[in-house]
Design a protein around this ligand. Structure first.
Ligand SMILES: *Cc1c(COP(=O)(O)O)cnc(C)c1O
Length: 455
């Protein structure tokens, strides 16, 4: 094969690499820098979504690159059964520093899927250590995404990713309705009544399975890819936590996409007035420089482990990988030093205003929702009835590709309404995004939607 820049789509499709699709070739990226991706065909893309909301300090940030490369020369790999590194210790201490009264430990892995897998096991072991061995069932929500390994996939209410594997998904994983006000709050219902209905449904589900059998309830604090930045109705998580506590069920919040500062506070749950028993994080935590995800654990759980076996029975070759810790530490240091969470809040407000100003006029834009630098635009056929566009049109991905053709990357979604119909796009720029960049992102989205309507 020749140099990057000479690779054609045909070369890519015929290469030995199994891509996401066997028939559609992904574009070749030859360089990344700040908010931009440069493609081998000469195009320059303004990144409005950081892939799947991954990027928090821009692409190829020289400070992070240096930290990662220095780490490789310092300590490249160690096995965690015998060794640790100062960089991993520092990252853990830094992340928990402000939450000393709430959190006890953090556990580092390489992907969100691994983090949720670990959370399922940690919850199970928590009850096992107390002799409550029947507590092994989990409840999560429809239209949720919790990862692609078996535990995460089993928790996910995302038919498109589950269908081929239904036969290997255990029936200890149960589902309740999502907290999705725009579509599922009845017109005659107040938000309070809607929240009560959802909390009652969770309680009924726990009672049906038997509280002695339920270990945990999983939810995304702000729902990510599946429904597109859906925030919970006011009071939802407080009500849900009450139900969980009543039945000794652990509340586990998946903040892999919405956490690590994406919504303006390090944990999205800080804005809900609760502390979950376990939190998982990933994506923006390491900004894509090296695979990094984390499980944040409260004293309640660590204390039970301490009194019991004193060890979490779960290990990976690359857990707490020093290279990823170095990346995470550099990323978190930049976010703190440069006050980027303030920028997330300020630019988030600006993004909201711009999106509403430029997109509300379109008949197919049904809802614009989100928090911080995490915004979803849901498309509909009819704004009044909320009827989705015909699913066979694949409008979400189509609109995304039209926006991409004009040089801006956003993240597409489909199955928004019920896992099968509904379309949205997700906007999640880097935490250091500027007003000018937001203007370009939003104007280009408006042009892409116009292109779609004109087709
Ligand atoms: C991305 C994501 C995951 C899975 O993380 P991976 O790193 O892709 O394994 C889990 N939960 C949520 C909410 C996510 O957005």
């Amino acid at each position: 094969m020749t140099k990057d820049s000479h690779l054609s789509s045909k070369d890519v499709l015929e290469s030995s690499l199994l891509h996401r699709s066997l028939t559609a070739a992904p574009a070749i990226v030859t360089k990344t820098s700040g908010p931009y991706l440069y493609l081998s065909n000469g195009e320059k893309i303004l990144d409005g979504c950081g892939g799947a909301a991954v990027i928090s300090v821009g692409h190829s940030n020289p400070e992070v690159v240096k930290a990662v490369s220095d780490q490789l020369s310092q300590v490249s790999y160690i096995h965690t059964s015998d060794y640790t590194t100062s960089v991993s210790e520092k990252l853990a201490n830094k992340l928990l520093e402000k939450y000393q009264d709430k959190l006890s430990k953090v556990y580092f892995v390489n992907s969100g899927s691994e983090a949720n897998e670990a959370a399922v096991k940690l919850a199970t072991q928590y009850f096992f250590e107390q002799g409550k061995t029947s507590k092994s069932h989990f409840i999560s929500r429809n239209q949720s995404y919790h990862g692609n390994c078996l535990a995460g996939l089993s928790l996910s209410g995302f038919p498109a990713r589950r269908v081929p594997y239904e036969q290997i998904i255990s029936d200890i994983f149960h589902k309740v309705d999502p907290a999705y006000e725009y579509r599922y709050k009845h017109k005659a219902e107040t938000t309070e009544e809607y929240v009560k209905r959802l909390a009652d449904q969770l309680e009924q589900e726990i009672l049906q399975i038997g509280p002695e059998n339920v270990a945990g309830f999983f939810a995304e604090t702000v729902v990510g890819a599946t429904t597109g930045c859906v925030t919970a109705p006011k009071g939802y998580f407080k009500a849900i936590q009450k139900v969980c506590q009543k039945y000794d069920v652990l509340l586990i919040l998946d903040e892999i996409m919405c956490g690590s500062g994406r919504t303006g506070t390090f944990f999205a749950w800080e804005q809900e007035g609760i502390v979950p028993d376990i939190t998982t994080a990933g994506k923006a935590l390491g900004s894509g420089y090296s695979p990094l995800a984390a499980v944040f654990i409260t004293p309640k759980i660590i204390d039970v482990l301490k009194k019991g076996s004193s060890a979490f029975v779960n290990g990976h070759t690359y857990q707490c990988f020093s290279l990823s810790s170095a990346a995470g530490l550099a990323v978190q240091t930049i976010i703190e030093r440069d006050g980027l969470l303030t920028n997330v809040l300020e630019m988030g407000t600006y993004l909201e205003i711009k999106l509403k100003e430029k997109l509300s006029q379109f008949d197919i834009v049904g809802d614009i929702r989100g928090r911080g630098l995490f915004w979803g635009v849901e498309f509909v056929k009819d704004k009044r009835t909320l009827e989705p566009l015909d699913p066979s049109l694949k409008s979400g991905p189509k609109i995304q590709s039209l926006i991409l053709k004009r040089g801006v990357a956003v993240y597409p979604g489909f199955g928004t309404k019920d896992g099968y119909s509904g379309d949205h796009i997700l906007i999640a720029p880097s935490f250091d995004v500027t007003k000018d960049q937001i203007d370009i992102i939003v104007d280009t989205i408006a042009q892409g939607i116009t292109d779609y309507i004109d087709i």
